[in-house]
Design a protein around this ligand. Structure first.
Ligand code: NAD
Length: 486
């Protein structure tokens, strides 16, 4: 299979926070892979901008090491690495002060038509100041765009304030709020499967779907970012953005076109149709030590913390398509496996012609985001051999690593795809300001509810599947969570 590389025009990309963790692990290795794919035009520049005092050579050394560690098989091509590094330069810039802005301006190509992208890979307290600095120093042109990382606000009020702050300096079509889950190959494939086949869409509703599960399970704890996480928790850190975005793509009506506003309008309608969630449909948990790792409270350095490292909830979308179809969402840290999956569980056939001995069977479409990105459709067939009509569920498996062979490595990272979308000016896979606000408008009352009641999260053992109550949440409906053994 030959991968198609869509060329882009030469661009200037400035990465604020260009020395940080995200830049080193994801952004620059991703850009390097796009460079190897021939997608970065020779005249393009990539400029690291951060607080550290270093020169171009020092920055290239830093990024060379980052590429070797994080860029996969292509980093073995030393000539390619050196060619890529020649596109890089570095300016020490202070987001909160005057230092470095003039030097940055001199580095950028003076051309109104040229795409300038500014990636805000810094703490959220700097998003507003950076936008203002770009405008006041004359760096923002009509072809400029900014890329904003999560967290996008802490609640509705702060998200709204941030939207307003950015809107003072940039138009909405210049603001790219990144949610890297939307850049994953499987997530886009979900849309291809839904809207590119006749097979699924007629069944994609309450009449044929029993329920939907969205799981993002991690084996790691909150580790080094415990104090940040303790102000956030699983609801703010994962559900409000990643899980809700996935839910929107599953639940939205077919947009007229695969274009930014058409898709985002449909996602917004889903968020606005979400019912409030009863407190007894939410289970919050906090991991305890299993003897080999620290407990959440130790990691967070807060012995009285009430922040959840796990959450499971059941919600409903009040519209014609999804009436009474439960969506079960769960995410947590220090769980027994690392697995992200969307499972569409279809209803049983209305009547079994094979009798009760054949068992009850359901088709499940499983969309795996990690590990082994891919999709599986569980279908029921006859168990081979004599002895009557016994039925068995078998997977129709499409694991990208198998289907795409060597190219699978090239589809694993969402960041590189999303950065190239920014350069191309395609906002389809980025969140619009009103979507973010609507998502907070749904989560805020849930969070306020448990904070007002002073609810304690349920303890669960590190390495387990989460609190027992989360199992009861779904079991009492006669259903069960899918396995999270990653
Ligand atoms: P980091 O702490 O590793 O890096 C922060 C960067 O910001 C550094 O380059 C630092 O020099 C720069 N910086 C700090 N203050 C500055 C100032 N006044 N002026 C100019 N530069 C300044 O952080 P990170 O982990 O790379 O995260 C960056 C952003 O991305 C954060 O908003 C984070 O929430 C978000 N994010 C990170 C990850 C991740 O995996 N690391 C994942 C998702 C989102």
């Amino acid at each position: 299979m030959v991968s198609r590389v869509i060329p882009v025009s030469p661009f200037d990309l400035v990465i604020f926070g260009g020395t940080g963790d995200l830049a080193q692990r994801k952004i620059l290795p991703g850009l390097f892979r796009r460079f190897v794919a021939g997608q970065i035009p020779t005249e393009s520049r990539i400029i690291g901008a951060a607080r550290a005092d270093m020169d171009d050579a020092g920055y290239r050394d830093l990024i060379r090491a980052a590429i070797e560690e994080h860029a996969g098989k292509h980093s073995a091509d030393k000539d390619a690495v050196e060619d890529f590094l020649r596109h890089l330069s570095y300016v020490p810039v202070d987001a909160m002060g005057e230092g470095g802005w003039k030097e940055l301006q001199e580095l950028l190509v003076d051309d109104e038509e040229r795409v300038r992208a500014f990636y805000f890979s810094v703490g959220p307290n700097l998003f507003g100041p950076l936008a203002e600095q770009l405008r006041s120093h004359g760096l923002a042109q009509r072809e400029s765009r900014i890329v904003v990382e999560k967290p996008f606000g802490h609640d509705l009020e702060t998200a709204r304030a941030l939207n307003e702050e950015l809107a003072q300096h940039f138009y909405e079509d210049q603001i790219y709020r990144i949610d890297h889950y939307l850049g994953k190959e499987t997530v886009q494939n979900l849309m291809a499967v839904r809207f590119g086949n006749m097979l699924f869409e007629p069944l994609w509703n309450a009449q044929y779907i029993d329920h939907i599960q969205i799981t993002v399970a991690e084996t790691v704890g909150v580790g080094g970012r415990g104090s940040y996480y303790d102000n956030s928790g699983a609801m703010r850190d994962m559900v409000q953005n990643h899980l809700m975005q996935l839910l929107c793509l599953i639940a939205m009506e077919p947009p007229a076109r695969f274009e930014a506003d058409a898709v985002r309008d449909e996602k917004l309608k889903v968020i606005r149709a979400l019912d409030p969630v009863d407190p007894d449909q939410i289970v919050r948990g906090q991991y305890t030590s299993d003897g080999t790792c620290a407990s959440y409270r130790e990691d967070a350095e807060n012995p009285a913390s009430k922040t959840e490292s796990y959450i499971a909830l059941k919600c409903f979308i009040s519209n014609w398509r999804w009436a009474n179809t439960p969506f079960y969402l769960r995410t947590g840290k220090r769980l027994s496996g690392r697995a992200s999956e969307i499972a569409i569980v279809f209803k049983e056939t209305p009547h079994s012609i094979f009798g009760i001995d054949s068992g009850r069977h359901r088709n499940v479409l499983s969309i795996r985001l990690q590990p082994n990105e891919g999709m599986t459709l569980g279908v029921t067939i006859k168990e081979p051999g004599p002895g009557g009509m016994r039925l068995v569920d078998v997977p129709l498996d499409m694991t990208f690593a198998d289907a795409l062979g060597e190219q699978a490595e090239d589809v694993t990272d969402a960041y590189e795809r999303l950065i190239m979308d920014v350069i191309r000016g395609n906002q389809t896979l980025f969140m619009r300001g009103d979507e973010v606000e609507a998502a907070w408008a749904w989560t805020d009352p849930l969070i306020e509810g448990w904070e007002r009641r002073g609810d304690n999260p349920k303890p669960y053992d590190a390495g387990s599947a989460g609190p027992d109550d989360a199992a009861f949440l779904i079991n009492r409906d006669g259903r069960r969570w899918r396995s999270i053994k990653g």
